[in-house]
Design a protein around this ligand. Structure first.
Ligand SMILES: CC(C)(COP(=O)(O)OP(=O)(O)OC[C@H]1O[C@@H](n2cnc3c(N)ncnc32)[C@H](O)[C@@H]1OP(=O)(O)O)[C@@H](O)C(=O)NCCC(=O)NCCS
Length: 142
């Protein structure tokens, strides 16, 4: 799935590098039936680089890219216990002065053996002020 996304949806996938080291990535796509929405499949930052603003910078870079020109909402699914991920999306919503609407999307019963927490959909938007948010230099399209 990861390879498929960064191959077939490369315009909405980004990697962050510092001195040639891959430190983070975002894999996402704009669902054809919902061109106003970017769905984040996965966002990850290497452990020792976390808490430095790289996750937030990648999301800001993503929504400012030409491939997201039609995007007004950002969606992601997150478990209730993933505090860093929730904090990241909350910070993104705050920066964009956008609301977050949460709903349970994929219940525990949908996962093999039921041993995965339910995934809750976060829908953030409308995103209004994205062009005013500074972009860093260490994020590039894949
Ligand atoms: C979620 C993740 C991508 C965040 O990346 P990051 O680069 O550390 O995040 P940032 O430094 O940009 O922080 C963004 C916000 O989240 C907050 N935050 C980050 N990590 C946090 C933590 N462990 N606990 C509480 N808040 C946290 C930051 O304080 C910041 O909020 P602020 O602007 O209000 O201060 C990273 O923790 C990660 O890779 N986790 C494992 C993979 C994962 O769970 N991905 C999400 C799946 S949906």
């Amino acid at each position: 799935m990861y390879l498929l996304l960064c191959d077939r949806f490369r315009d909405t996938c980004i990697a962050a590098e510092q001195e040639g080291i891959l430190v983070g990535f975002v894999l996402s796509f704009v669902p054809p039936a919902h061109m106003d929405t970017i769905f984040i499949w996965q966002v990850g930052v290497a452990e020792r680089f976390r808490g430095q603003g790289i996750g937030l910078e990648m999301l800001n870079h993503l929504v400012a890219m030409p491939s997201c020109a039609s995007v007004k909402f950002l969606e992601a699914t997150v478990t209730l216990t993933n505090a860093p991920s929730r904090a990241l999306f909350a910070a993104f919503a705050r920066q964009h002065e956008a609301a977050i609407v949460q709903s349970e999307r994929y219940g525990r019963e949908l996962f093999p053996n039921g041993n995965h927490e339910a995934e809750h959909l976060l829908r953030i938007g409308p995103i209004g002020s994205r062009m005013n948010i500074a972009k860093g230099d260490n994020v590039a399209g894949i």
